[in-house]
Structures are given as C-alpha cells and as structure tokens.
Design a protein around this ligand. Structure first.
Ligand SMILES: [Zn+2]
Length: 383
C-alpha cells in the first residue's frame, strides 16, 4: 500500500514536481538491502597489531595497524622480509620486491597516482620500477597500469608487464580494460625471472574469483593474490562478487599448499594460512546449513508448493528463484550466526550465504553424498 503523502488541495507547482520526480523509495517494490550497520570492530581481536614500518620486518603472525580506509591518497608501507614490502592506499594493496638493480610491483589499482606510489617506494629504495605483475585482470586492482606505464615511459623505462595467459585472454575479451601484458606466463604453476630472482606464478583454476586468478610467490616467501580471503575476517560482501565459489575455494587450497610466510591479500591487512583455514571452516558451515535447512524442502517439492501458496499460481520462475535464494540465504545465515557472529565483516553473512546457495543448489547433490567442496590443501605440482 502506497503512503498518502499529500492532502487533497495541491498547488500547481507541487503537482508538476510530483510528476517530474522519479519513483521514490516507497514506490520501489523490487528487492533491496538496507546498508548493514557495523556490529563488530574491523580488526580481529585475538591479533597483535603493530605500527607500519619501512625498516622493521614484520614478525610472522603480526598484523599492521592500518585502517581499511586510511587518509585518502596516503600510502602505508610495511617491510615484510629482506626484499619484500606490503603497501596499501585507498584500501588497495600492492606488493613491492626490491631486486639488485630494479624494483618489481604486483598490482596497481585504478585509484593509484603514480607519483605518490613512486614517492612511497623511494622511502625504502632508490632503484627504478621496471616490472609490474597482475594478480588478475580486474581494473580496480590493475587498471592503474596505463598510468604507471606512461609515467615510467617519461623516465625512459619500458615497463615489463607480466600476466597469466588467462589474464591476457580476459584483457582482450574486455577490450582494453587494462594495459596488455608484455610477457605472458602459462596457466598452471609456472615461474618467471626478475633480476636473477625466480618468482612463481600460479594460475590453477579456470573460474574462481574471476576467470584469471593468479597467486605470485616471491623468492623470500611472500605470496600475493587478490579478492579471496580476509585477515581474521569473514569474506567481502558477496564473496568479492566471485564467479564460482567452489573454484574460489580450490584456488585457496592451492595457495595453502605452497610454502610462504606472509600473504598480501589485495586489501585490508597481512594474511596467514590460519586465515584461509578459518574462512574454510566458516564457508563449510554455510554449506552444511544449506544441506540441513534448505535441500530437504527442495527435494520434496515443498519449497515450490509454499511459494505458490503464498503468491499464487501466477508466480513467475524468475521471481520464485530470486525469493528462494534470498529466503534460503536468510535461513542459513541465522543458523550459523551464533557460531560466527564475533567475526569482523560477518555483517555481510547473508551475502556469503547467497553465494553458497547458488553453488550448493547448482553443483552439489545430497542424494549421492557429496554435499560441499573439499577444503584440504593441494600440494604444488612438480615439474
Ligand atoms: Zn577482483
């Protein structure tokens, strides 16, 4: 029922205003989600946070005391190992490796201002940036490549851009969404050289967060991958808008199987293997909730019968599906919230459940006993 918002007597200009205005919220009958209020702090309460330092190496297990959205345009820098640094600005992170003669950067967001980034790098080295590596082809993580490439060109540097074969394919498919790679690394588990140092680039899954996700492993034990798990937190809303949640999990199983000390997750903070394991436990509970709370009523047909009973036989399949996924996500979220309600970012649990409903409904069949993805580490393939 629409609200009666005006009395019977209206001034002519008021009538014109009402006609000209777009639909207001009360008239908008589509589904929408109210902004979620923060119920937990952003940090994981059991962790030790230290002030960011360009000289002091981080002790494994520690996090850096940096807010998600810090001072706009300011780069926060943390030294991780002898040669590798974590840097973050406007919520997007890059990894910087200092070689003998030059510097390699992993990821450059389309929010990057090259001069600001170079100034941040000069806080710990005077060597020039000569290589840029892509974790995946999404513009929010690598769309600054054109600017970095142009700025270095002015200094007489031809930037090496290194990406997987899948990323190169996707960049072509999306028509210039980011600077094309100058070197294409085969999918699977491959290596490339920079300044006499060997790096691993793993692109193990065809569809995960995107259709071209890589992890990059430095020779001193730092891995970088973007838009997967979070440090001591639940995933980003809608699991980072990922393509395929089972693929997303399988990608992390490969990362878990590699040997590394620190992870640059693309946002937020430094990650560890325990963060992946916690994310797996959380998602596993959501899959279990699908199988106990939702799958039985689908299998008996009662889910469809109840929808018709409440909305009539004129109900369309499209609206039924939208409501089914939303209602299922709500029920699953309520089921697992008592166990996980303490996690930062759990405010987004309904959106995580939504992605699990889609995957569980379409890809898992409880009648043959397989009810959720595998979560065990996958060892690197030996060449
Ligand atoms: Zn992405």
């Amino acid at each position: 029922m629409k609200k009666q918002i005006y009395p019977g007597c209206l001034h002519l200009s008021a009538i014109f205003l009402l006609v000209a205005l777009p639909l207001v919220a009360d008239d908008f009958t589509h589904q929408h989600i109210e902004p979620a209020e923060l119920i937990n702090p952003w940090n994981a309460t059991e962790d030790v946070y230290v002030e960011a330092s360009v000289t002091e190496k981080l002790i494994p297990g520690q996090r850096v005391a940096v807010p998600d959205f810090g001072e706009p345009g300011r780069w926060y820098v943390q030294r991780l190992t002898d040669r590798t640094y974590w840097m973050i600005c406007n919520a997007f992170a890059s990894t910087v490796f200092v070689g003998e003669k030059a510097v390699l950067v992993v990821d450059a967001s389309n929010t990057v201002v090259p001069d600001d980034m170079f100034a941040a790098i000069r806080r710990f080295t005077d060597l020039p940036v000569t290589a840029l590596v892509y974790t995946h082809m999404h513009t929010d993580h690598v769309g600054g490549s054109y600017r970095i490439q142009a700025a270095l060109k002015e200094q007489g540097i031809n930037l090496r851009i290194i990406a997987s074969a899948s990323a190169a394919r996707e960049i072509t498919a999306h028509q210039n969404n980011t600077a094309p790679p100058t070197e294409i690394i085969p999918d699977g588990r491959s290596t490339f050289m920079f300044d006499n140092f060997e790096f691993v680039m793993g692109t193990p899954i065809a569809a995960a967060h995107s259709a071209a996700d890589s992890y990059i492993l430095t020779p001193d034990g730092v891995v970088m991958y973007a838009d997967f798990n979070y440090p001591g937190r639940a995933p980003l809303a809608y699991v980072s808008s990922s393509y395929n949640i089972t693929g997303w999990i399988d990608f992390l199983r490969h990362v878990l199987g590699e040997d590394w000390q620190f992870a640059n997750l693309g946002h937020a903070n430094i990650g560890y293997k325990r963060d992946i394991e916690k994310t797996f436990a959380y998602l596993g509970d959501l899959y279990d909730a699908y199988m106990t709370e939702i799958a039985p009523s689908w299998a008996t047909g009662s889910a469809i019968q109840e929808a018709i009973a409440s909305q009539g036989t004129g109900l369309t399949a499209g609206v039924f599906w939208g409501n089914f996924v939303d209602q299922s996500a709500e029920a699953m979220a309520r089921k697992v919230l008592p166990k996980w309600g303490h996690l930062p970012q759990v405010e987004m649990i309904r959106s995580h459940a939504y992605k699990v409903v889609e995957d569980a409904f379409l890809n898992y069949n409880p009648e043959v006993g397989v009810v959720k993805p595998e979560f065990s580490p996958i060892a690197p393939s030996v060449k």
